[in-house]
Design a protein around this ligand. Structure first.
Ligand SMILES: [Zn+2]
Length: 420
């Protein structure tokens, strides 16, 4: 015998049971969602933290390459000559773009303070990159292309204020150099004036571990079209600026832009502001039209921080003989870069061939080093390999005095004369 509940009661019980099921399921879902909502931020934060620790070195190791790793060896004559140089200096490196603490020594990248100290380097210009178009090339780039520095700064875990502001990216890199200088026990002096530079020279007379770093900007798009930002970056320590990098910007045309035009009205305003502050004008990467506008209108100091020359390697990024003569007329400097895109594939001999051309055309007084270390390029050596240049200069007939001038003598003269 079985107990038969009335049909209505059986159905009612079934409804209660299914409702219970419904509530039970909803409760479980809510519980899962709650723990998901509670834990997700922590999980994401942990993943992001791991990413910013693991990814940056992997990325940089693919970008800043050397043809052969250190140590480097040269002839006894070249090494002796190099060791007795009292001032070795370089006009261009992008080391601040990466995630290395420059007061520490690394086995990747091209330059840091300990490697400079190891190799008798007195001075390095640290130039600031704030925006690079996807698919960057020497012929034609649009400023509208996706910016590759954005994922880089987010991936490095930089402060969010730098994620979407170019001027904040620039001042952040300025802050980084000052921080590393302090952490080096002030062995690195951030050079913002002639007085700072003289201090560097004085201190080096008794301690060759004292080095100098000067801030520059690669591309005035970091001003974001706001003239007030010239003051902002000057206050942050920047003493050198190039109007354009790889794309035309609010200031003027790039050698690798679409229009490749001259200075805009805003560009002329920037010129005036730079002049008021006696900032060093860097014509590297500028369009031919911008370069001519600068020669015609800028009365402050002018140089090119990293270039090749058309005579040994024709390229949109390189200087013609006419432009080299104009630079000499303006008492400028020609920083010769160390990578194939500037001097061709010939390694160290190609670098020295470009230098020799400048020497033969306008005189050795205008030749300087403009490595482009850490500029997403492959160089024959890192900063500890600079004696290789001395060895090759000897082979290509440079005298000791000429080598001294190229390795830093000219740069020293220029900075003593033109720093504010
Ligand atoms: Zn560059």
């Amino acid at each position: 015998m079985s107990l038969q509940l009335p049909l209505s009661l059986r159905e009612g019980w079934g409804e209660v049971a299914s409702n219970f099921h419904y509530f039970y399921n909803s409760f479980l879902i809510l519980l899962v969602m709650k723990s998901f909502l509670t834990w997700t931020p922590f999980v994401l934060l942990t993943l992001y933290t791991l990413f910013i620790i693991i990814a940056p070195p992997i990325v940089e190791k693919q970008k800043n390459l050397v043809s052969s790793p250190p140590p480097y060896s040269v002839s006894a004559e070249a090494q002796a000559l190099y060791d007795q140089l009292d001032f070795v200096g370089d006009l261009h490196c992008d080391a601040l773009l990466w995630d290395r603490q420059l007061h520490k020594k690394y086995d990747y990248g091209h330059v840091d303070f300990p490697r400079m100290q190891e190799s008798n380097v007195a001075f390095q210009a640290f130039t600031i990159v704030t925006k690079s178009p996807q698919g960057q090339n020497f012929n034609q780039n649009s400023g509208e292309s996706m910016d590759m520095i954005t994922p880089l700064v987010i991936g490095q875990g930089q402060r969010p204020s730098t994620w979407f502001s170019l001027v904040n990216r620039a001042t952040y890199q300025c802050m980084k150099l000052k921080k590393y200088a302090k952490k080096s026990g002030n062995e690195c002096i951030v050079i913002t004036s002639k007085a700072d530079f003289q201090t560097l020279l004085e201190k080096r007379k008794v301690d060759r571990n004292i080095i100098g770093g000067m801030l520059g900007v690669e591309g005035a798009h970091c001003l974001e079209g706001d003239i007030e930002n010239v003051e902002e970056i000057y206050t942050a320590g920047v003493r050198m600026m190039g109007p354009a990098h790889f794309f035309d910007n609010e200031v003027g045309g790039s050698a690798h832009g679409i229009e490749k035009g001259g200075l805009s009205p805003f560009g002329f305003e920037v010129l005036k502001k730079m002049q008021e502050n006696n900032m060093i004008m860097d014509i590297a990467h500028s369009s031919e039209a911008v370069i001519q506008d600068i020669f015609a209108n800028y009365t402050g100091p002018i140089l090119t921080s990293h270039t090749g020359v058309d005579a040994t390697y024709p390229s949109l990024r390189n200087l013609s003989d006419k432009e080299l003569r104009q630079l000499a007329d303006r008492d400028g400097l020609v920083g010769i870069a160390f990578f194939p895109g500037a001097v061709g594939d010939g390694g160290v001999p190609a670098i020295i061939r470009a230098m020799k051309h400048v020497k033969d055309l306008i005189g050795v007084d205008y030749v300087a080093l403009g490595s482009d270390f850490d500029g997403s390029v492959q160089t024959p050596f890192d900063v500890t390999g600079l004696p290789l240049l001395v060895e090759e200069m000897l082979k290509q007939g440079f005298t000791h005095a000429e080598i001294e001038a190229v390795m830093g003598g000219n740069l020293k003269r220029f900075l003593l004369k033109y720093l504010p």
